[in-house]
Ligand binder design. Structure first.
Ligand code: GLC
Ligand code: CA
Length: 540
């Protein structure tokens, strides 16, 4: 393995997101659990070959938003395990030389959290100011026009104390008041708790929602067209979100987190944080690195998730990020997560491989979503099966289809849970054909493509840290780029069309991998790509 000494683990790593409720059930309640993640670690580290696991929330939660509404930030939901299971999981991840990143939910609690219960009790409560309470307007309506991201007003009336409280998401997730120093201290202490336990880092949830306009000004209506790479959020898109998130004061909070995280970093264990920041203006996005690179290590770059799948658009995303990265900052890419439609459903199964080749060969840390290595597609749910609160408001925006159980094998319930158990979301009916076991046995499967590519990446300095340069001469329908170091010159060529295309390269070379998994030949200066084919080639 090539170890680039000048790169930190999170710059070199491929991160794999595990949505624990859907990964592996071991105690027969139909909900994935930490023991299940433990059981599948060899799959992640050996079979697949990823370097870091991002574990979505496993904290006690009434499941109004499936783990993102939390009643105790320093515990494990009893359905998912115990702190002891967590510690064992972390140990076993480290024993395999992998890293663990956990979801750090900072913007809201559950309405069942003891802090909110106390806050809600009376206007005089010691914790009243820990949440965002405000008076009604004289006519009784909410204090301003801010919306919940899931639809409807963001304000919920509390009849007992006759004030509204604010929730950026479901009404069961009251937003914390980050302007209160006690809140800040209590929340930093949550991060400290997990750093002490030894986690390698955090994915900071809904990060730029932390601080809002202190004057609670109304958002103006949104008249601008949606950015090309941002997907539709329904009613939420009707406003320009000037005042309800992204207040400049949030940068100071990120600096505080960074100081804390740095204070736990050692040369053996540099700690790391990546923020969930949905900002699609590159200059604005880049600000989240901090002027002195002193905020979260990276803001997630979501531009490829919403991008129309066209070579010009994808190229503009890559060049946009490359151009916006502050000096010394490191970029990242992602194609899917628990909030988005499945990759293979968005762009089609043939192009899903092309997209995965892109993700794993760009300059920057890739994050993969569980099941995408199999080309898993959106589940189809009956109205009664919808669990997601967003999906209940607006089925078109529901996220359950991307959260169906991981498909391990062709046994009933796909190996996710026992045959007699009902999984919390239905297993996708395509599982007898699409599952880990079947794809391992099939040399040209998507899974074998991803495994092989991950190994190539692990052994290539050019892919891990080489330069990026667009190949200008790529034909219509094709996007291609160089990844190079002094001694290694690679080209990635991606055919977005169902027609053959041919590329002229500056020298001869050899195909290292094709998305079709059927060629390794040398070529002269011409590289021919078949329909929906992507190739990684070495020049020279
Ligand atoms: C974050 C999570 C999403 C959740 C939302 C509100 O955006 O990624 O899954 O629904 O926060 O809790
Ligand atoms: Ca379980």
């Amino acid at each position: 393995m090539v170890n680039a000494p000048d790169q930190l683990w999170w710059q070199r790593a491929v991160i794999y997101q595990v949505y624990p409720r859907s990964f592996q059930d071991t105690n027969h309640d139909g909900i994935g659990d930490l023991e299940g993640v433990l059981r599948r670690l060899d799959y992640l580290s050996e079979t697949l070959g990823v370097d870091a696991v991002w574990l979505s929330p496993f904290y006690p939660s009434p499941d109004a938003d499936f783990g993102y509404d939390i009643t105790d930030f320093k515990a494990v939901d009893p359905r998912l395990g115990t702190l002891e299971t967590f510690d064992r999981l972390l140990r076993e991840i480290h024993a395999r030389h992998m890293r663990l990143i956990i979801d750090l939910v900072v913007t809201y609690t559950s309405d069942q959290h003891p802090w909110f219960i106390e806050s809600r009790r009376s206007r005089q409560s010691a914790k009243r100011d820990w949440f965002m309470w405000a008076d009604a307007k004289p006519d009784g309506s909410p204090p301003n026009n801010w919306l919940s991201a899931f639809g409807g007003s963001g304000w919920e009336w509390d009849a007992q104390t006759e004030q509204y409280y604010y929730h950026s998401f479901t009404k069961h997730q009251p937003d914390l008041n980050w302007r209160n120093p006690e809140v800040r201290e209590a929340m930093l202490d949550v991060a400290r708790f997990w750093l002490e336990r030894g986690v390698d880092g955090f994915r900071v949830d809904a990060a730029h929602w932390i601080l809002k306009d202190p004057e609670l000004r109304d958002n103006p209506p949104n008249t601008a067209p949606r950015p090309l790479v941002a997907r539709s959020l329904g009613e939420y898109d009707s406003q320009l979100h000037l005042y309800d998130k992204g207040h400049p004061d949030c940068h100071e909070v990120f600096r505080a987190y960074r100081r804390l995280i740095d204070s736990y970093s050692t040369p053996e264990q540099p700690r790391f944080a990546i923020g969930e920041i949905h900002v699609f203006d590159w200059q604005e996005w880049a600000k989240y690195y901090g002027v002195q690179l002193d905020e979260l290590h990276m803001p997630f770059n979501f531009a490829l998730v919403g991008a129309p799948w066209q070579p010009e658009v994808v190229r503009s995303v890559v060049e946009g990020m490359e151009g916006a990265l502050p000096h010394g900052a490191w970029g990242n890419y992602v194609l899917g997560n628990h909030d988005e439609a499945r990759l293979a459903s968005r762009i089609g199964e043939a192009q899903a491989r092309v997209a995965t080749l892109l993700l794993l060969t760009l300059r920057g840390t890739p994050t993969m979503y569980y099941g995408d290595e199999l080309g898993m597609v959106n589940g189809v749910l009956t109205p009664e099966q919808i669990r997601d609160p967003w999906g209940k408001n607006d089925p078109a925006l529901g996220r359950d289809p991307a959260r169906t159980p991981m498909q391990w094998d062709a046994s009933p319930n796909a190996g996710f849970c026992a045959e007699h158990v009902t999984p919390w979301l239905p297993v996708n009916p395509d599982y007898p054909m699409r599952n880990v076991a079947t794809q391992l046995a099939e040399p040209r499967s998507m899974l074998n493509f991803v495994r092989h590519l991950l190994r190539l990446r692990q052994n290539s300095r050019a892919l891990q840290q080489g330069t990026y340069r667009t190949l200008e001469s790529a034909p219509q329908g094709c996007y291609a780029y160089y990844r190079s170091t002094e001694s290694e010159r690679l080209v990635v060529a991606l055919n977005f069309t169902d027609q053959e295309v041919s590329l002229h390269l500056p020298s001869s070379g050899r195909v290292l991998i094709s998305t079709h998994m059927d060629r390794n030949e040398r070529f002269e200066r011409e590289l021919v790509l078949r329909a929906d084919e992507g190739c990684l080639v070495a020049l020279g």
